[in-house]
Design a protein around this ligand. Sequence first.
Ligand code: HGY
Ligand code: MN
Ligand code: MN
Length: 411
Amino acid sequence: MVADAQRLARMLGELGRVTDEPGQLTRTFLSPAMQRANTLVATWMNTAGLATRVDTAGNLIGTLPAPVPTRRTLLLGSHLDTVRDAGKFDGALGVLLPIVALATLRRRGISLPYNVEVVGFSEEEGVRFARAYLGSEGYTGRLPAAALTLRDASGVTIKDALRAFNGGTFAAPVFAHQRGDVLGYVEVHLEQGPVLENEGLAVGVVSGIAGQSRFTLRWVGRAGHAGTTPMKLRRDALAAAAEFTLAAESLARKTAGLVATVGMMAVEPGAANVIPGEVRHTLDVRHARDAVRRAAVATLQRTASRIAQTRGLKLTWQKSQDHAAAVCDAALTRALGRSVRAVQGRELSLVSGAGHDAVVLSACVPATMLFVRCREGLSHHPREYVATSDLAVALRVVDDFLMTQAPVSAP
Ligand code: HGY
Ligand code: MN
Ligand code: MN
């Protein structure tokens, strides 16, 4: 497995150089780099014996049929899009690792008694349209029509982008499988946290994924001269957004398990000597328990309204997504855990604070995840890193799972 892990590391490095922004790794929904990534990964899928296609939502789908025709199918995958200035493991690991595992089985002349489908989802991070999971929602036939009107920074709607990608027309994809035919969905992903490293473990299984709410807030005050406008006469949109950002941070700091982040902020008109008249920013709120997350969102909505009123600004608060916490399928997670114990000797179960495509898949098929240790728990950062020795452990776990633990009949 060491040679396979080294090959996987090289593939991750090569894919990590396919970017929309030279000098850093950025691949966003339906971008030129995303399409080059689909082409590159499709060649690796073909080499492993998978037939490939791209659906109308931009998802790359590789299918390896069982030697004896059957409808039973195991799904593996993750996303091929990235955040801005990303690391090369987030998403890509969960697409490339299964491809290497299947290529290894093929080299050993081993076939599986069920079909395997490996999916590279086109959009999980939600960078371009501030809405995550567009790829897996499309793949599972759950892309909400209401989402298609969301616009990116240049005013292009999701529908426009999908039409352009599909040669002028767009028909949303439908899920290609009957629920009863799918043995399960397994997503391999770096942990993006410090737990495995602290425990001295290479891999762990995931019991659940935190729910997340995302919003775009727009503060409208009045631009003005920075030198001549007295402070008491200002309606400074950036000062209001800053006060809100600190209020969100303070609420999260005093609420156990809650995280709140303002990750993107656009300031208009954006000149040093002009009081900001308009600010648009995102808000991302997460917690393992939906009731806590929803209560926090309600508190922050009240806080934002109070700030806007006090400062004489207009505020609009647009929800771009709301995903309940997901519980991984117990039987599938136990099966994966048996492979972890067989390889690593010890099994650790974690809750994911990060969102994943498994959230969407878990709504329609049994889903679980394998987490892989990452250095310092760092992710969404160019220094994101998974040791090749840990890639080898993860490959051995997936190999064991495919050969011995995967359920050969759907639940
Ligand atoms: O934002 C997240 O939780 C994930 O990395 N998409
Ligand atoms: Mn990810
Ligand atoms: Mn991510």
